[in-house]
Design a protein around this ligand. Structure first.
Ligand SMILES: [Zn+2]
Length: 79
């Protein structure tokens, strides 16, 4: 994963460019606005965007109406 141009401070939702990027993760970050220096309290812009706009395209992973294709269940009896 390429280093993003900036990351988002989850404490104050500011764009932060002062951070260390390594192995696809935020290693160190420092928010000038609120003083946050906890790498876990920052988010990538793309992840942050996904959190904001939820509910628009909910993926259809629900298994509805599959109950009719289970007619072969009673094969277990041996005589
Ligand atoms: Zn901040």
């Amino acid at each position: 994963m390429a280093r993003p141009d900036y990351i988002i401070c989850l404490e104050c939702e500011s764009e932060v460019e002062d951070f260390t990027w390594r192995d696809g993760e935020i290693r160190r970050a420092a928010c000038e606005i609120c003083g946050n220096t906890d790498p876990d309290a920052f988010s990538l812009p793309e992840d942050f965007d996904q959190d904001v706009e939820d509910g628009e395209d909910s993926e259809a992973e629900e298994d509805e109406e599959y109950g009719e294709s289970y007619d072969n269940v009673e094969d277990e009896e041996e005589e």
